[in-house]
Design a protein. Sequence first.
Length: 121
Amino acid sequence: MEYIADILLVSGALGAGFYCFVLSRRLSRFNDLEGGVGGAVAVLSMQVDDLKKTLETAQNSASASEGSLKDLTSRADDVARRLEMLVASMHDLPSGSEKTNGAPVAKEPFFVRHNQFGGGK
């Protein structure tokens, strides 16, 4: 009986050893950098690094654009205030039907052609 138990124990150990051998071969193929999951993980890791660099570049570009947009917005606000002041000051000008300094106000544009040397004709 002990002899049969020893044979079963040795055969079980050999079966477990064979199973471990097959499992190690499968695992090495699974983690292979050429075609297995290990290669996919390596490729994904490189893509993540590239995406991080691209994201950092985009963030730097966005922050630079934000600064220029703030500058342009403040300049536009200043120009808008000046335009509002000019429009408000236009209310103080006489209307087109009134005369200024005894001379009538021209209703049509008045153009003068100058010659090449700066003299009018």
